[in-house]
Design a binder for this molecule. Structure first.
Ligand code: PAF
Length: 283
């Protein structure tokens, strides 16, 4: 199949229902565009998983608060489409805001509790927007598989909870974070960093690696000590301003006192100027 760009949700859903009737499997990679090598890895995973591969490109307004970077968020459709073509994507779903949220739109999907911690502390309406748009994307694309990066660990954990709770017949596939050679996690927001901040930001992956070494090599189990180690490194080795550093259980996102092997998420968010970067490790 050659790449097709579809803007109308009804038209895409009509096509995907038809494809499902003929026995095809479908994978979706939900994105907000500004595609980078991290997305390429997600797309390649989708290509391996299913007969039909859909990439959605939609800068979803409901996950941005009024004071956030919705208007400033990078939009690079032509380059995104080029990457999708090269990666053998079958459909790009590229809806307008009006097509996704027409006048009178009134329905939201909210996962309780999990969306209130970590990034939810400063972005209280963010995950409600994410879960709402993902539900719509799952229904429109009829996907058997949805591919998400572990860089947005909280997002993925919340979406897994939602899919379980609502019996949505889609399998969530998690793909490990792709990093620059110096360790910085790839993100569409990295392009906002000044050259000095870009050098500074390497502290995030270094602090997380140090935390991993503390746990795995020195058998440190005290979450408070690990958290302090990370904060000290960020404060001493960069100009970044810590939003949060949290050591939580992967299943509940509630703070841990003691590291639980196999169920620990260390997640952080740090500001450089107006740019907020996130990163995490799972232990
Ligand atoms: O991770 C993202 O890019 C977005 O939150 C997503 C999942 C595409 C929903 O808009």
């Amino acid at each position: 199949m050659s790449l097709e760009i579809i803007r109308d949700p009804e038209i895409l859903q009509h096509r995907t229902l038809e494809l499902k009737r003929t026995g095809k499997t479908i994978a979706v990679v939900p994105t907000m565009g500004a595609l980078h090598t991290g997305h390429r890895t997600l797309i390649a995973e989708g290509r391996r998983r299913a007969d039909i591969l859909i990439v959605s490109i939609f800068v979803n307004p409901t996950q941005f608060a009024p004071n956030e970077d919705l208007d400033k968020y990078p939009r690079t459709f032509d380059a995104d489409a080029e990457m999708c073509r090269a990666e053998g994507v079958d459909f790009i779903f590229f809806p307008t805001n009006d097509a996704m949220y027409p006048t009178g739109y009134a329905t939201y999907v909210e996962v309780e509790n999990l969306g209130a911690t970590l990034c939810g502390l400063t972005r209280p309406t963010h995950f409600r927007g994410v879960t709402t748009v993902c539900t719509k994307l799952f229904l429109i694309t009829q996907a058997d598989f949805a591919i998400f990066g572990w860089k947005d660990a909280q997002q993925q954990i919340i979406i897994r909870r939602m899919v379980n709770d609502l019996n949505i017949p889609v399998e969530i596939i998690g793909v490990e974070t792709v990093r620059e050679p110096d360790g910085l996690a790839l993100s569409s927001r990295n392009k906002y960093l000044t050259p000095e901040d870009r050098i500074d930001a390497v502290v995030l992956s270094r602090a997380l690696s140090a935390a991993r070494a503390l746990v795995l090599q020195q058998a440190e189990t005290c979450a408070k000590r690990i958290r302090e180690e990370i904060i000290t490194r960020i404060e001493q080795q960069s100009h970044g301003v810590v939003d949060y550093v949290c050591v939580v259980a992967q299943n509940t996102l509630q703070p841990l006192d003691v590291i639980e092997p196999g169920n620990t998420l260390i997640a952080l968010a740090v500001w450089w100027g107006a740019t907020r970067l996130i990163d995490n490790i799972r232990l």
